[in-house]
Design a protein around this ligand. Sequence first.
Ligand code: ZN
Length: 302
Amino acid sequence: MTRNIEIVEVGPRDGLQNEKLIVSTADKVELARRAIAAGVRRLEVTSFVNPGRVAQMADAEEVVKALGRPEGVTRIGLVLNDKGAQRALDCGLDELGAVAVASDAFGIQNQKQTSAESVEVARRIIAMASAAGRSVQVTIAVAFGCPFGGTVEPARVVDMARRLAGAEPREIALADTIGVAVPSEVAALVAAVRAAISPIPVRVHFHDTRNTGIANIWAAVEAGATTVDAALGGLGGCPFAPGAAGNVATEDVVYLLGRSGIRTGVDLDALLSASRWLGGVMGKELPSKLARAGGFPAGGGQ
Ligand code: ZN
């Protein structure tokens, strides 16, 4: 049986937000365009956060304007509060991505909200977007572990997911923000959250800090996640987690899934060429394994 898995390209936001080199608006737009040309149909284009805290995202409105409205593409803006949500709505984005945090300590650092407050804010953002006729989803950050508080009880995440589901987002994502999860935990939590929020689908977001990212994606797909976040080249990180790495590279995910008979609709060769281009922009070799090794068999694409 052939399955489809949807890829959400988060490179323009999560991939870049922790990079010291400030990327030009034109290059951010080019990154989005190359991902779209490769077949990506949903992408996180920016975040609407305080530019004093995340300088890389200071041109959020400009990026959205310059990208325009590519046909058949859902453009997502990440938002952490009402003000960010209003900015995202005002510039006409298709979808808002809210963030609820599974630990108080991380929530205070990341968005000045406790876990409980972040759920309330996310529910409000979902209501705002829905009232404006836009799509909206929510990510549960540090769902597998917190850099300050340690392990996170799965029951807590399931409970949060249930409360968020009551506001009717299009999907709920589980994020391993600091890259600590292992596949057995992922399989169990994806299954538990699916059971709690069905028919709302589950998306997953893994950082590859401890080399478990790709295995975690496979575990999530097997456990019934429908959508996977990935960042071109594997760029990215988290400012509050020592050694935190980027998301699993989009090209690595597309290779894994494509060769396993799972359709993503994304072309590997086009991604590889986009990844090489991005390495040039960033002036460094990117973490992606596929960008180094190429696909297999030769010319096989995906
Ligand atoms: Zn992330």
